[in-house]
Ligand binder design. Structure first.
Ligand SMILES: Nc1ncnc2c1ncn2[C@@H]1O[C@H](COP(=O)(O)OP(=O)(O)OP(=O)(O)O)[C@@H](O)[C@H]1O
Length: 254
C-alpha cells in the first residue's frame, strides 16, 4: 500500500531526513513520534507530495507519487495539516469541498451530499452544519478538517497532530473514529502524535524519528524506557496496568 524507500529531504543545505524507509498496509493505524523539529511533518509532506525529497521514493499501491496526477493523488491520499486558514464558508460547505476530486459535473451529486451527511454524523457536527468556520471553536474546526479529509475517501489518510486543539474527550473520540475508519474502510491512517499514551492505546505500530533517521519502528514491543528516554531525552518509566502499557516521565518539579 505505502512504501517509503530511502527517503532523504533537505531545506536547501539543511538536511532534515535521511535514509527513511518503511512500509505500511491498508487498515493499519501508524503513529509517527519524536521531538519537536525531528522532521515528522516534513516526512508527512513528502508522502503527500507537498515536498519533493532529494533522494528516495514514495510509492502508493506500487506507483511513485510523482506519477499520480493531482486529482488521482487526491483520490488516494488525504492530508490534514497541523495549521490551516479558514474562509467565510459553512461547516457543510467546507466538508463538501473534500468531495472535489470526485466531482463529475458542475454541481455535487447525491452521493457527495450523502457522504457529507455521513461525515457530519460520524464526527458529531450536525448541530454546526450551517455555522461559519470563523464562528466555531478551534476544536470544532479541527473535527471539520478531519471530516473533510474523510469524505475525500482516501486510501491513505495523513494527519499532522490531529488532536492538538481537542479536549480529552474529543481527543479520544477522534482517535476512536480514525481507528474505526482504518479497520472498517481499510484506510491506512498515519498520524503524528505527541501524546505517547494515546498513541500506544490506538496505534498498531510506531515510527520514532530522531537525528534525521528512524530511531526505532515496530509494535508495542519497542515502547521501552530505553527507547523513549533516548528519543525524547527524558527519563521515563514504562509501566504495565491491566495489560496496558503506560509511559510515565520521571520528573522533579525543581
Ligand atoms: N520551510 C522550512 N524551511 C526551512 N526549515 C524548515 C522549514 N520547515 C521546517 N523546517 C525545519 O525542519 C526541521 C523539521 O521540521 P518539521 O516541521 O518536520 O518537524 P516536526 O518533527 O514536525 O516538529 P513539531 O513536532 O514541532 O511539529 C525543523 O528544524 C524545522 O525548523
Amino acid at each position: 500500500m505505502l512504501k517509503v524507500d530511502n527517503l532523504e529531504f533537505s531545506f536547501k543545505d539543511f538536511q532534515v531526513l535521511s535514509g527513511i524507509s518503511f512500509e505500511a498496509k491498508k487498515g493499519e493505524f501508524v503513529s509517527i513520534l519524536g521531538n519537536n523539529g525531528a522532521g515528522k511533518s516534513t516526512l508527512l509532506k513528502c508522502i503527500a507530495k507537498l515536498l519533493k525529497p532529494k533522494r528516495g521514493v514514495v510509492l502508493i499501491d506500487g506507483k511513485n507519487v510523482n506519477s499520480y496526477s493531482l486529482n488521482q493523488l487526491s483520490k488516494n491520499v488525504a492530508y490534514v495539516p497541523q495549521r490551516y486558514t479558514t474562509n467565510r464558508i459553512t461547516v457543510y460547505e467546507a466538508i463538501l469541498l473534500g468531495r472535489k476530486p470526485h466531482f463529475t459535473g458542475l454541481a455535487p451529486c447525491s452521493e457527495d451530499l450523502e457522504k457529507v451527511e455521513m461525515a457530519l454524523d460520524i464526527f458529531d457536527l450536525k448541530h454546526l452544519a450551517f455555522r461559519y468556520l470563523d464562528e466555531i471553536s478551534g476544536g470544532e474546526l479541527q473535527k471539520v478538517v478531519i471530516a473533510r479529509a474523510f469524505v475525500q475517501e482516501p486510501k491513505v489518510l495523513l494527519l499532522d497532530e490531529p488532536i492538538n486543539n481537542l479536549d480529552l474527550k474529543n481527543q479520544i473520540e477522534v482517535l476512536r473514529i480514525l481507528r474505526k475508519l482504518s479497520r472498517q474502510e481499510e484506510i491506512l491512517v498515519v498520524v503524528i502524535l505527541h501524546d505517547l499514551n494515546l498513541a500506544i492505546r490506538f496505534s498498531d505500530w510506531f515510527i520514532f524519528i530522531k537525528d534525521k533517521k528512524i530511531f526505532a519502528s515496530g509494535g508495542k514491543e519497542i515502547i521501552t524506557a530505553d527507547v523513549i528516554s533516548k528519543v525524547y531525552g527524558v527519563d521515563v518509566k514504562v509501566e504495565k496496568h491491566n495489560d496496558e502499557i503506560f509511559v510515565v516521565p520521571i520528573v522533579a518539579a525543581v
